[in-house]
Design a binder for this molecule. Structure first.
Ligand SMILES: Nc1nc2c(ncn2[C@@H]2O[C@H](COP(=O)(O)OP(=O)(O)OP(=O)(O)O)[C@@H](O)[C@H]2O)c(=O)[nH]1
Ligand SMILES: [Mg+2]
Length: 246
């Protein structure tokens, strides 16, 4: 399935042994974690890992009290927190879930079912069919719209949401040395979609609303993240259409 130019899905029978890790990145997200964790069906996952970026609000203590495995990220930045833990795991898939209220726990069973069908990546799209983002403002909505359209020519699958953190994908996608070369900053999730596109991997989306975050504050910078995502898209265009690995 992970070989280049394979667009179809793997036979369902071949993926019954699929192992999946749930990744919960946190940075001062106590209220969100308290609100979402009890709703997560933990039996869906082989591993659940809180990756903490140095919380000082009791997030780590709460997660440990709830019996979760908590790891402290080594390199700064959400993208490296995810990238590094993915290299340390051995499951077939990882699911990224933002425990700040933006991801609805109700989507998890459908997301897992799609991964078990054999897709290389399944994205919860905030813009597919009836789905809406209550967390968007004008700038973030425009950024999402722009990047999604910029990435469409790279892919032979329809992309409606290139940026959402809420997704599951084969862990090996991040182990590709090219992935590490292209990951220059906080653009990990669109890069997963981009690498799936240029490698011809199989991707599907399911619609899912994005509620407002619960407590805490946003940690992302739209201008910085947007600039790095643009650079990443340019590099993927060069690779896809000119065969240039820059
Ligand atoms: N481990 C770790 N987690 C982080 C870091 N930055 C953000 N997070 C967590 O990653 C998740 C997503 O980050 P957010 O700041 O909410 O980013 P966002 O969802 O794009 O922004 P909002 O729309 O404001 O929610 C949240 O659970 C954060 O607590 C980081 O540097 N390290
Ligand atoms: Mg969020």
């Amino acid at each position: 399935m992970l070989d280049a130019n394979v667009a179809g899905r793997q036979d369902a029978g071949a993926v019954n042994q699929t192992t999946i890790a749930l990744l919960l990145p946190t940075l001062n997200e106590l209220q969100g974690l308290q609100a979402t964790l009890p709703g997560i069906d933990q039996s869906l996952f082989d591993q659940i890992i809180v990756i903490d970026g140095g919380s000082r609000d009791g997030t780590v203590e709460y997660a440990m009290d709830m019996g979760l495995t908590v790891v402290s990220q080594i390199r700064p930045g959400l993208h490296f927190a995810i990238y590094d833990i993915v290299h340390a795991l051995d499951t077939d898939y990882v699911v990224e879930f933002s425990p700040d209220g933006n991801c609805k726990v109700e989507q998890l069973p459908e997301l897992i079912a799609k991964l078990q069908e054999g897709y290389d990546q399944v994205v919860v799209s905030r813009y597919l069919h009836h789905a809406i983002s209550e967390d968007d403002h004008a700038v973030s909505a425009f950024g999402n719209w722009l990047f999604t359209r910029l990435m469409r020519p790279l892919a032979d699958f329809q992309i409606t949401d290139a940026l959402n953190i809420y997704r599951g994908y084969r862990r090996e996608i991040l182990l590709d040395p090219d992935f590490g070369r292209y990951l220059k900053g906080p653009c990990l999730e669109p890069l997963v979609t981009g690498m799936c596109a240029v490698r011809g991997l199989s991707v599907t989306e399911i619609p899912g609303d994005e509620p407002m975050r619960i407590g805490g504050v946003t940690k992302r910078s739209i201008v910085y993240n947007g600039s790095l995502c643009l650079l990443m898209v340019v590099r993927l265009y060069l690779r896809k259409f000119l065969g240039v690995r820059w």
